[in-house]
Design a protein around this ligand. Structure first.
Ligand SMILES: Cc1cc2nc3c(=O)[nH]c(=O)nc-3n(C[C@H](O)[C@H](O)[C@H](O)COP(=O)(O)OP(=O)(O)OC[C@H]3O[C@@H](n4cnc5c(N)ncnc54)[C@H](O)[C@@H]3O)c2cc1C
Length: 338
Protein backbone atom coordinates (compact mmCIF):
# COMPACT_ATOMS: atom_id res chain seq x y z
CA UNK A 1 0.00 0.00 0.00
CA UNK A 2 1.50 3.33 -1.10
CA UNK A 3 1.09 6.16 1.42
CA UNK A 4 1.99 9.80 0.88
CA UNK A 5 1.81 12.41 3.65
CA UNK A 6 0.63 16.00 3.14
CA UNK A 7 -0.27 15.13 -0.45
CA UNK A 8 -1.66 17.45 -3.11
CA UNK A 9 -5.10 16.50 -4.40
CA UNK A 10 -4.91 18.87 -7.35
CA UNK A 11 -4.10 16.13 -9.89
CA UNK A 12 -6.88 13.99 -8.45
CA UNK A 13 -9.91 16.26 -8.88
CA UNK A 14 -11.21 17.47 -12.24
CA UNK A 15 -12.18 20.89 -10.88
CA UNK A 16 -8.41 21.25 -10.29
CA UNK A 17 -8.82 22.64 -6.79
CA UNK A 18 -5.41 22.90 -5.12
CA UNK A 19 -6.33 21.20 -1.84
CA UNK A 20 -4.13 18.90 0.24
CA UNK A 21 -4.80 15.95 2.51
CA UNK A 22 -2.98 14.55 5.55
CA UNK A 23 -2.52 11.09 3.98
CA UNK A 24 -3.10 9.84 0.45
CA UNK A 25 -3.27 6.07 0.15
CA UNK A 26 -3.31 4.20 -3.17
CA UNK A 27 -5.35 0.99 -3.10
CA UNK A 28 -3.99 -1.17 -5.92
CA UNK A 29 -5.11 -4.59 -4.75
CA UNK A 30 -7.69 -6.18 -2.48
CA UNK A 31 -4.95 -6.81 0.07
CA UNK A 32 -4.23 -3.03 0.02
CA UNK A 33 -7.92 -2.50 0.82
CA UNK A 34 -7.70 -4.92 3.79
CA UNK A 35 -4.45 -3.31 4.95
CA UNK A 36 -5.99 0.16 4.77
CA UNK A 37 -9.01 -0.88 6.83
CA UNK A 38 -6.83 -2.57 9.46
CA UNK A 39 -4.27 0.25 9.72
CA UNK A 40 -4.50 1.84 13.19
CA UNK A 41 -3.23 5.20 11.88
CA UNK A 42 -6.38 5.67 9.84
CA UNK A 43 -8.94 4.46 12.40
CA UNK A 44 -9.72 7.77 14.05
CA UNK A 45 -9.19 10.29 11.28
CA UNK A 46 -11.78 11.35 8.67
CA UNK A 47 -11.67 9.09 5.62
CA UNK A 48 -12.61 9.75 2.07
CA UNK A 49 -12.75 7.30 -0.81
CA UNK A 50 -11.59 8.71 -4.13
CA UNK A 51 -12.11 7.49 -7.67
CA UNK A 52 -11.33 9.80 -10.58
CA UNK A 53 -12.31 12.94 -8.64
CA UNK A 54 -14.74 13.98 -11.38
CA UNK A 55 -17.80 14.36 -9.20
CA UNK A 56 -16.62 16.24 -6.16
CA UNK A 57 -15.77 19.70 -4.95
CA UNK A 58 -13.06 19.98 -2.33
CA UNK A 59 -13.98 23.06 -0.35
CA UNK A 60 -10.57 23.13 1.36
CA UNK A 61 -7.79 20.91 2.68
CA UNK A 62 -8.87 17.51 3.96
CA UNK A 63 -7.49 16.80 7.41
CA UNK A 64 -7.71 13.07 7.10
CA UNK A 65 -6.94 10.13 4.85
CA UNK A 66 -7.93 9.94 1.21
CA UNK A 67 -7.96 6.39 -0.18
CA UNK A 68 -7.72 6.36 -3.95
CA UNK A 69 -9.17 3.21 -5.49
CA UNK A 70 -6.79 1.99 -8.19
CA UNK A 71 -7.86 -1.66 -8.56
CA UNK A 72 -7.53 -2.95 -12.11
CA UNK A 73 -8.98 -5.70 -14.30
CA UNK A 74 -11.80 -6.41 -16.75
CA UNK A 75 -13.21 -9.84 -17.55
CA UNK A 76 -16.13 -11.76 -18.99
CA UNK A 77 -17.67 -13.59 -16.05
CA UNK A 78 -20.20 -15.74 -17.88
CA UNK A 79 -22.71 -15.82 -20.66
CA UNK A 80 -26.17 -17.39 -20.62
CA UNK A 81 -28.87 -17.58 -23.25
CA UNK A 82 -30.06 -14.02 -22.58
CA UNK A 83 -26.99 -11.99 -21.77
CA UNK A 84 -23.31 -11.68 -21.06
CA UNK A 85 -21.97 -10.64 -17.63
CA UNK A 86 -18.91 -8.40 -17.67
CA UNK A 87 -16.97 -7.42 -14.56
CA UNK A 88 -14.59 -4.50 -14.08
CA UNK A 89 -12.51 -3.53 -11.08
CA UNK A 90 -13.38 -0.21 -9.44
CA UNK A 91 -10.18 1.62 -10.38
CA UNK A 92 -10.59 1.11 -14.12
CA UNK A 93 -11.35 4.24 -16.13
CA UNK A 94 -15.08 4.18 -16.95
CA UNK A 95 -14.75 5.07 -20.64
CA UNK A 96 -11.99 2.47 -21.10
CA UNK A 97 -14.45 -0.14 -19.80
CA UNK A 98 -17.17 1.10 -22.18
CA UNK A 99 -14.78 0.85 -25.15
CA UNK A 100 -13.63 -2.61 -24.02
CA UNK A 101 -17.23 -3.89 -23.97
CA UNK A 102 -17.89 -2.50 -27.45
CA UNK A 103 -14.66 -3.94 -28.84
CA UNK A 104 -15.72 -7.33 -27.47
CA UNK A 105 -18.95 -7.05 -29.46
CA UNK A 106 -21.37 -6.12 -26.67
CA UNK A 107 -23.94 -3.34 -26.54
CA UNK A 108 -25.57 -1.51 -23.65
CA UNK A 109 -22.99 0.97 -22.38
CA UNK A 110 -22.53 3.01 -25.57
CA UNK A 111 -24.72 5.95 -24.44
CA UNK A 112 -22.54 6.27 -21.34
CA UNK A 113 -19.38 6.79 -23.40
CA UNK A 114 -16.85 9.39 -22.33
CA UNK A 115 -18.25 10.01 -18.85
CA UNK A 116 -15.13 10.77 -16.81
CA UNK A 117 -14.22 8.91 -13.63
CA UNK A 118 -13.77 5.34 -12.54
CA UNK A 119 -15.88 2.20 -12.69
CA UNK A 120 -16.24 2.35 -8.88
CA UNK A 121 -17.51 5.93 -9.00
CA UNK A 122 -20.22 5.06 -11.53
CA UNK A 123 -22.78 3.38 -9.22
CA UNK A 124 -22.46 6.08 -6.53
CA UNK A 125 -24.73 8.48 -8.40
CA UNK A 126 -26.06 5.97 -10.95
CA UNK A 127 -24.42 7.74 -13.86
CA UNK A 128 -26.63 8.54 -16.77
CA UNK A 129 -26.55 10.21 -20.16
CA UNK A 130 -28.53 10.30 -23.39
CA UNK A 131 -31.45 8.22 -22.17
CA UNK A 132 -29.50 5.47 -20.38
CA UNK A 133 -28.56 5.03 -16.73
CA UNK A 134 -26.10 2.57 -15.24
CA UNK A 135 -29.02 0.97 -13.38
CA UNK A 136 -30.42 -0.20 -16.77
CA UNK A 137 -27.52 -2.66 -17.12
CA UNK A 138 -25.97 -3.09 -13.69
CA UNK A 139 -26.02 -6.63 -12.31
CA UNK A 140 -24.15 -6.25 -9.01
CA UNK A 141 -21.66 -4.18 -7.03
CA UNK A 142 -18.90 -5.70 -4.92
CA UNK A 143 -17.80 -3.69 -1.89
CA UNK A 144 -15.89 -3.88 1.37
CA UNK A 145 -17.07 -2.17 4.56
CA UNK A 146 -14.54 0.44 5.67
CA UNK A 147 -14.87 -0.38 9.36
CA UNK A 148 -15.63 -4.10 9.66
CA UNK A 149 -13.75 -5.15 6.52
CA UNK A 150 -16.75 -7.34 5.57
CA UNK A 151 -16.99 -8.00 1.83
CA UNK A 152 -20.49 -7.80 0.41
CA UNK A 153 -22.15 -8.08 -2.98
CA UNK A 154 -25.10 -5.76 -3.60
CA UNK A 155 -27.49 -6.92 -6.27
CA UNK A 156 -29.21 -4.27 -8.35
CA UNK A 157 -32.24 -3.95 -6.04
CA UNK A 158 -30.03 -3.51 -2.99
CA UNK A 159 -28.34 -0.53 -4.71
CA UNK A 160 -31.66 1.40 -4.58
CA UNK A 161 -30.91 3.35 -7.72
CA UNK A 162 -32.86 6.40 -8.81
CA UNK A 163 -32.02 9.59 -10.74
CA UNK A 164 -28.38 10.41 -9.74
CA UNK A 165 -28.86 8.48 -6.52
CA UNK A 166 -27.94 5.17 -4.94
CA UNK A 167 -27.72 3.61 -1.53
CA UNK A 168 -23.97 4.32 -1.54
CA UNK A 169 -24.36 8.08 -1.51
CA UNK A 170 -25.47 8.64 2.05
CA UNK A 171 -25.63 7.22 5.55
CA UNK A 172 -24.20 3.90 6.62
CA UNK A 173 -23.85 2.58 3.06
CA UNK A 174 -21.41 5.40 2.26
CA UNK A 175 -19.01 3.40 4.45
CA UNK A 176 -18.29 0.94 1.67
CA UNK A 177 -15.36 0.86 -0.69
CA UNK A 178 -16.67 -0.35 -4.02
CA UNK A 179 -14.16 -2.81 -5.43
CA UNK A 180 -15.85 -4.02 -8.65
CA UNK A 181 -19.08 -3.99 -10.62
CA UNK A 182 -20.67 -6.47 -13.01
CA UNK A 183 -22.94 -5.38 -15.84
CA UNK A 184 -25.44 -7.60 -17.65
CA UNK A 185 -25.64 -6.84 -21.36
CA UNK A 186 -28.37 -8.65 -23.35
CA UNK A 187 -27.26 -10.55 -26.45
CA UNK A 188 -30.04 -8.81 -28.37
CA UNK A 189 -29.18 -5.13 -28.16
CA UNK A 190 -31.80 -2.48 -27.50
CA UNK A 191 -30.25 0.70 -28.87
CA UNK A 192 -31.43 3.98 -27.37
CA UNK A 193 -31.29 6.63 -30.08
CA UNK A 194 -34.42 8.65 -29.39
CA UNK A 195 -32.50 11.41 -27.62
CA UNK A 196 -32.63 14.32 -30.04
CA UNK A 197 -28.87 15.06 -30.17
CA UNK A 198 -27.96 11.41 -30.71
CA UNK A 199 -30.47 11.00 -33.54
CA UNK A 200 -29.17 14.14 -35.20
CA UNK A 201 -25.50 13.15 -34.86
CA UNK A 202 -26.23 9.74 -36.41
CA UNK A 203 -28.11 11.41 -39.26
CA UNK A 204 -25.24 13.88 -39.80
CA UNK A 205 -22.90 10.90 -40.14
CA UNK A 206 -25.28 9.11 -42.57
CA UNK A 207 -25.82 6.22 -40.17
CA UNK A 208 -29.16 4.55 -40.81
CA UNK A 209 -28.52 1.30 -38.93
CA UNK A 210 -26.79 2.32 -35.71
CA UNK A 211 -24.79 -0.11 -33.58
CA UNK A 212 -22.95 0.20 -30.28
CA UNK A 213 -19.85 1.56 -31.98
CA UNK A 214 -21.58 4.23 -34.05
CA UNK A 215 -23.76 5.34 -31.13
CA UNK A 216 -20.68 5.60 -28.92
CA UNK A 217 -18.96 7.72 -31.60
CA UNK A 218 -22.03 9.97 -31.86
CA UNK A 219 -22.20 10.38 -28.09
CA UNK A 220 -18.46 11.22 -27.91
CA UNK A 221 -18.91 13.79 -30.68
CA UNK A 222 -21.82 15.42 -28.83
CA UNK A 223 -20.04 15.45 -25.50
CA UNK A 224 -16.85 16.95 -26.95
CA UNK A 225 -18.88 19.75 -28.53
CA UNK A 226 -20.91 20.49 -25.41
CA UNK A 227 -18.75 19.87 -22.37
CA UNK A 228 -15.33 21.25 -21.44
CA UNK A 229 -12.42 18.81 -21.27
CA UNK A 230 -11.30 18.81 -17.60
CA UNK A 231 -7.66 18.60 -18.78
CA UNK A 232 -8.11 22.02 -20.38
CA UNK A 233 -10.73 23.67 -18.16
CA UNK A 234 -11.38 22.38 -14.64
CA UNK A 235 -14.97 21.22 -14.12
CA UNK A 236 -17.08 18.46 -12.58
CA UNK A 237 -19.67 18.12 -15.36
CA UNK A 238 -23.21 19.15 -14.43
CA UNK A 239 -23.02 20.93 -11.11
CA UNK A 240 -26.77 20.79 -10.39
CA UNK A 241 -29.32 18.03 -10.71
CA UNK A 242 -32.35 18.64 -12.87
CA UNK A 243 -35.20 19.28 -10.43
CA UNK A 244 -38.29 17.06 -10.59
CA UNK A 245 -41.70 18.66 -9.99
CA UNK A 246 -45.22 17.35 -9.58
CA UNK A 247 -47.85 18.12 -12.21
CA UNK A 248 -49.62 20.53 -9.81
CA UNK A 249 -46.42 22.44 -9.01
CA UNK A 250 -45.54 22.72 -12.69
CA UNK A 251 -49.00 24.04 -13.56
CA UNK A 252 -48.76 26.64 -10.82
CA UNK A 253 -45.24 27.73 -11.88
CA UNK A 254 -46.27 28.00 -15.52
CA UNK A 255 -48.84 30.64 -14.56
CA UNK A 256 -45.92 33.00 -13.94
CA UNK A 257 -43.31 31.39 -16.22
CA UNK A 258 -45.20 30.19 -19.27
CA UNK A 259 -42.01 29.19 -21.14
CA UNK A 260 -40.75 26.84 -18.42
CA UNK A 261 -39.62 23.64 -20.23
CA UNK A 262 -40.57 20.31 -18.65
CA UNK A 263 -40.06 16.67 -19.60
CA UNK A 264 -42.67 14.12 -18.45
CA UNK A 265 -41.39 11.23 -16.34
CA UNK A 266 -42.82 7.72 -16.15
CA UNK A 267 -44.42 8.40 -12.73
CA UNK A 268 -46.29 11.52 -13.88
CA UNK A 269 -43.76 14.03 -12.53
CA UNK A 270 -41.81 16.46 -14.71
CA UNK A 271 -38.07 17.03 -15.00
CA UNK A 272 -37.03 20.66 -15.43
CA UNK A 273 -33.70 21.44 -17.12
CA UNK A 274 -31.61 23.19 -14.45
CA UNK A 275 -29.49 24.71 -17.26
CA UNK A 276 -32.54 26.65 -18.50
CA UNK A 277 -33.29 28.01 -15.01
CA UNK A 278 -29.65 29.14 -14.61
CA UNK A 279 -29.61 30.68 -18.07
CA UNK A 280 -32.74 32.67 -17.31
CA UNK A 281 -30.96 34.05 -14.25
CA UNK A 282 -28.00 35.10 -16.41
CA UNK A 283 -25.47 32.56 -15.13
CA UNK A 284 -24.32 31.09 -18.44
CA UNK A 285 -20.75 32.25 -19.03
CA UNK A 286 -20.74 34.43 -15.89
CA UNK A 287 -17.47 34.60 -14.01
CA UNK A 288 -16.12 35.93 -10.74
CA UNK A 289 -12.34 35.78 -10.48
CA UNK A 290 -11.35 32.30 -11.63
CA UNK A 291 -14.68 30.70 -10.71
CA UNK A 292 -17.37 30.74 -13.37
CA UNK A 293 -20.06 28.99 -15.37
CA UNK A 294 -19.16 27.56 -18.76
CA UNK A 295 -20.13 29.81 -21.65
CA UNK A 296 -21.57 26.92 -23.68
CA UNK A 297 -23.48 25.20 -20.86
CA UNK A 298 -24.92 26.96 -17.81
CA UNK A 299 -24.96 23.77 -15.75
CA UNK A 300 -21.18 23.43 -15.71
CA UNK A 301 -19.21 25.22 -12.99
CA UNK A 302 -15.64 25.82 -14.19
CA UNK A 303 -12.28 26.74 -12.70
CA UNK A 304 -10.52 29.15 -15.05
CA UNK A 305 -7.22 28.76 -13.20
CA UNK A 306 -6.72 29.12 -9.51
CA UNK A 307 -10.20 29.29 -7.98
CA UNK A 308 -10.32 27.76 -4.51
CA UNK A 309 -13.00 25.27 -3.52
CA UNK A 310 -14.59 27.92 -1.29
CA UNK A 311 -14.79 30.40 -4.20
CA UNK A 312 -16.35 27.82 -6.50
CA UNK A 313 -18.87 26.83 -3.86
CA UNK A 314 -19.75 30.45 -3.09
CA UNK A 315 -20.50 31.08 -6.77
CA UNK A 316 -22.59 27.92 -7.05
CA UNK A 317 -24.51 29.00 -3.93
CA UNK A 318 -25.23 32.43 -5.42
CA UNK A 319 -26.54 30.85 -8.62
CA UNK A 320 -28.69 28.45 -6.60
CA UNK A 321 -30.10 31.34 -4.56
CA UNK A 322 -30.98 33.30 -7.72
CA UNK A 323 -32.94 30.34 -9.09
CA UNK A 324 -34.73 29.97 -5.75
CA UNK A 325 -35.62 33.68 -5.62
CA UNK A 326 -36.88 33.79 -9.18
CA UNK A 327 -38.57 30.41 -9.62
CA UNK A 328 -39.02 29.11 -6.08
CA UNK A 329 -37.14 25.96 -7.14
CA UNK A 330 -34.34 24.70 -4.89
CA UNK A 331 -31.53 23.26 -6.98
CA UNK A 332 -29.50 20.40 -5.57
CA UNK A 333 -25.75 20.04 -6.15
CA UNK A 334 -24.82 16.96 -8.14
CA UNK A 335 -21.18 16.53 -7.03
CA UNK A 336 -20.28 15.59 -3.48
CA UNK A 337 -19.06 18.60 -1.48
CA UNK A 338 -16.12 17.46 0.63
C1 LIG B 1 -16.82 16.73 -18.07
C2 LIG B 1 -17.69 15.88 -17.17
C3 LIG B 1 -18.84 15.30 -17.67
C4 LIG B 1 -19.64 14.50 -16.85
N1 LIG B 1 -20.77 13.92 -17.38
C5 LIG B 1 -21.56 13.13 -16.62
C6 LIG B 1 -22.71 12.52 -17.18
O1 LIG B 1 -23.03 12.67 -18.36
N2 LIG B 1 -23.47 11.75 -16.37
C7 LIG B 1 -23.16 11.54 -15.06
O2 LIG B 1 -23.90 10.81 -14.40
N3 LIG B 1 -22.06 12.09 -14.52
C8 LIG B 1 -21.24 12.88 -15.25
N4 LIG B 1 -20.13 13.47 -14.71
C9 LIG B 1 -19.83 13.24 -13.28
C10 LIG B 1 -18.80 12.11 -13.02
O3 LIG B 1 -18.02 11.87 -14.15
C11 LIG B 1 -19.46 10.81 -12.60
O4 LIG B 1 -20.30 11.01 -11.50
C12 LIG B 1 -18.43 9.73 -12.25
O5 LIG B 1 -19.07 8.49 -12.14
C13 LIG B 1 -17.66 10.00 -10.97
O6 LIG B 1 -16.68 8.99 -10.82
P1 LIG B 1 -15.32 9.26 -10.10
O7 LIG B 1 -14.56 7.98 -10.08
O8 LIG B 1 -14.62 10.42 -10.67
O9 LIG B 1 -15.82 9.60 -8.63
P2 LIG B 1 -15.18 10.66 -7.61
O10 LIG B 1 -15.42 12.03 -8.09
O11 LIG B 1 -13.79 10.27 -7.27
O12 LIG B 1 -16.09 10.39 -6.33
C14 LIG B 1 -17.46 10.77 -6.34
C15 LIG B 1 -18.11 10.15 -5.09
O13 LIG B 1 -18.04 8.73 -5.20
C16 LIG B 1 -17.30 8.16 -4.13
N5 LIG B 1 -16.50 7.07 -4.70
C17 LIG B 1 -15.75 7.09 -5.82
N6 LIG B 1 -15.20 5.89 -6.04
C18 LIG B 1 -15.60 5.09 -5.03
C19 LIG B 1 -15.38 3.71 -4.69
N7 LIG B 1 -14.62 2.89 -5.45
N8 LIG B 1 -15.97 3.23 -3.57
C20 LIG B 1 -16.75 4.02 -2.79
N9 LIG B 1 -17.00 5.31 -3.05
C21 LIG B 1 -16.43 5.83 -4.17
C22 LIG B 1 -16.46 9.29 -3.56
O14 LIG B 1 -16.18 9.09 -2.18
C23 LIG B 1 -17.37 10.49 -3.79
O15 LIG B 1 -18.31 10.57 -2.76
C24 LIG B 1 -19.29 14.27 -15.50
C25 LIG B 1 -18.11 14.86 -14.99
C26 LIG B 1 -17.32 15.65 -15.82
C27 LIG B 1 -16.05 16.25 -15.27
Amino acid sequence: MRIEENASLEPYNTLRVAARCRFLVQLQSLSDVDEFIADARFRHVPRMILGGGSNLLLRGDFDGVVARVALRGMETVRSDTGAVYLRAAAGEDWHTFVVWTIEHGYAGLENLSLIPGTVGGAPIQNIGAYGVELSDVLHCVEAVHTVSGEARTFDKNACKFSYRESVFKRGERANYIITAITVRLPHTPRYVTDYHGVRQALRDNDITEPNAHSISQAVCQLRRAKLPDPDKLGNAGSFFKNPVLSDARLTSLRRRHSQLPAYPQANGDYKIPAAWLLEQCGWKGRRQGDAGFYDRHALVLVNHGHASGAELLALADRARQDVLDRFGIELEFEPQII
